[in-house]
Design a protein around this ligand. Structure first.
Ligand SMILES: [Zn+2]
Length: 267
């Protein structure tokens, strides 16, 4: 397998044209002709992930988050990102990113998140594309049997990988829960959409005090705020499965390194 072969498979599942205009997806470094035997999937292109790739002798790292979101005039090893580029190139490790194009794909980041927190049955986009009702941001699904906010939150915490702060809940814990919206990563731009969708709870990451407080005060859905990394990590396995399903012969590994920004939560 060459890097070109793998990129073809990834881009069929996650078309770069579907990425947001501000995003930076695709190949960050690597020679399209280079052979690839081992692919490491991770959320963040950071030093700990590069070290894992080196140790496992990966030929390619596929990350969700871009390395450079804005232009740069230097990749000197004087910054963490420049150093990462040096480590990868010196060791023939390619880096490829599928970000907002993976968010809106079907299946995409929020499908994997929905399954991880226990949603069953059909999942529909929370904010579908006008030209494609099966693709778009977020997902809406249902729990297997009506439950309470407290019980659903416990199930969500159990289904997501462990992080320093786990999850936070805003709302009455005895509130009934059946319909749930989820969005991997920072989903505060979808608060209004979740309210309009009349779900019982909206689970996402990176929610701030004022929008969350105002949202709950207006009687909208309850909120669950999870760690950003944890909401996107379930997608890695789904992306690895897409490679295997395509018939390409590579070894894959999902990085278990926790790269959430927060390393300790106290209360
Ligand atoms: Zn993210």
């Amino acid at each position: 397998m060459t890097l070109t072969n793998l990129i073809e498979v990834l881009e069929a599942a996650y078309p770069p044209a579907r990425a947001e205009s501000w995003d930076a997806v695709g190949l960050v470094c690597g020679d399209p002709a280079q052979p690839v035997r081992r692919v490491l999937f991770a959320v963040d292109p950071v030093a700990a992930v590069a070290a894992e790739a080196l140790e496992w002798e990966a030929d390619l790292i596929v990350t969700h988050h871009p390395l450079y979101l804005r232009g740069t005039t230097s990749v000197a090893a004087t910054t963490p990102k420049g150093r990462l580029v040096h480590t990868l190139i010196k060791n023939d490790i390619a880096l490829y990113t599928a970000h907002t194009n993976a968010d809106v794909a079907n299946p995409g980041v929020s499908d994997a998140l929905a399954r991880a927190v226990g949603l069953v049955g059909d999942l529909v986009p929370l904010q579908p594309f006008p030209d494609d009702p099966w693709r778009g941001l977020g997902r809406i699904g249902e729990v297997a049997a009506e439950t309470t906010l407290g019980e659903f939150a416990a199930q969500a915490a159990q289904g997501l990988p462990r992080t320093a702060w786990g999850i936070r809940v805003a709302g009455d814990l005895s509130r009934p829960v059946r319909r749930v919206a989820v969005s991997g990563g920072a989903g505060d731009s979808l608060l209004g959409t979740a309210a309009a969708a009349q779900v019982d709870v909206f689970l996402t990451a990176d929610l701030r005090h004022h929008p969350a407080s105002e949202f709950v005060e207006t009687g909208g859905p309850a909120l669950i705020d999870a760690a950003h990394w944890a909401t996107e990590w379930p997608w890695l396995d789904s992306a690895a499965s897409i490679l295997h399903a395509s018939g390409v012969t590579v070894e894959t590994r999902v990085s278990a390194t926790v790269t959430d920004a927060w390393t300790k939560g106290l209360s």
